[in-house]
Design a protein around this ligand. Structure first.
Ligand code: GAR
Length: 190
C-alpha cells in the first residue's frame, strides 16, 4: 500500500475526491493533506473525512526541512491538487517522478507563473478557444513544465464564460485525476 500526501491551498475539491477514491482501493491511501492557507475550505473537508490536514508556512517549506521531513515519513507520492507555490529543489530531488500536478488547461498553453484557477479560464474565454481541458504532469523545477502524463479535452462554444469553463474543467478533474494517479502508482515499480 503506497502513501499519498496531497498539497492543496483553496477549495480542496480535488483533495476530497482523491481521499474518497483511495479510501476504496488497495493501491494507496492519503496519509495527510498539507495546506499553506489557514482559511482554506480544505480543512473542513478533511475534518469530515477524518483525514489529517496540516498548515505550513513558507519557512517550513523552503527555509527549513520541516515539510521535507514530513514527506519523507508520510509519502511515497506527492499530489499537487490546486497548490500554487513553486516546489523547492530539495523536495523535487527527494521525490523524482513522484510529484504530480494537475493544471486546468491543455499545457503548454495557458501555463506558467500567474496562470492558475480562474485566471486560466478567463484567458481561455478571452481568446475564444474552441476547446480546453486538463493536464496531469510530473513536477520539475519550472512551473507547469514537467513531463505530461495525461490530458483530457472539453469542447467550448461562443457562449462559454470563465464560470462555465471552470465547471467543465471541474467535471474532467473529478472524473480523471484519481484514476490517473492510481495508474501511475501501479505502473511505477519502486
Ligand atoms: C483546480 O482546478 C486545479 O486544476 C487548479 O486549481 C484548482 C483547485 O481546485 N490548479 C492550478 O491552477 C495550478 N496551476 P480545488 O481546490 O477545488 O481542488
Amino acid at each position: 500500500m503506497k502513501r499519498i500526501v496531497v498539497f492543496a491551498s483553496g477549495s480542496g475539491s480535488n483533495a476530497e475526491n482523491i481521499i474518497k477514491f483511495f479510501n476504496h482501493t488497495k493501491t494507496a491511501k492519503v496519509t495527510m493533506v498539507l495546506c499553506n492557507n489557514e482559511q482554506a475550505k480544505v480543512f473542513d473537508r478533511c475534518k469530515k473525512l477524518d483525514t489529517k490536514c496540516l498548515h505550513f508556512n513558507r519557512a517550513d517549506f523552503s527555509k527549513t526541512e520541516k515539510v521535507l521531513d514530513i514527506l519523507k515519513k508520510q509519502a511515497d507520492f506527492v499530489i499537487l491538487a490546486g497548490f500554487l507555490w513553486k516546489i523547492p529543489e530539495k523536495i523535487i530531488s527527494a521525490f523524482p517522478n513522484k510529484i504530480i500536478n494537475i493544471h486546468p488547461a491543455l499545457l503548454p498553453k495557458y501555463g506558467g507563473k500567474g496562470m492558475y484557477g480562474m485566471h486560466v479560464h478567463k484567458a481561455v474565454a478571452e481568446n475564444k478557444e474552441s476547446e480546453t481541458g486538463i493536464t496531469i504532469h510530473y513536477v520539475n523545477e519550472n512551473y507547469d513544465e514537467g513531463g505530461i502524463i495525461f490530458q483530457a479535452k472539453t469542447t467550448l462554444t461562443e457562449q462559454d464564460t470563465p464560470e462555465t469553463i471552470a465547471e467543465k474543467i471541474h467535471i474532467l478533474e473529478q472524473r480523471y485525476f484519481p484514476k490517473v494517479i492510481e495508474e501511475i502508482i501501479i505502473t511505477t515499480n519502486e
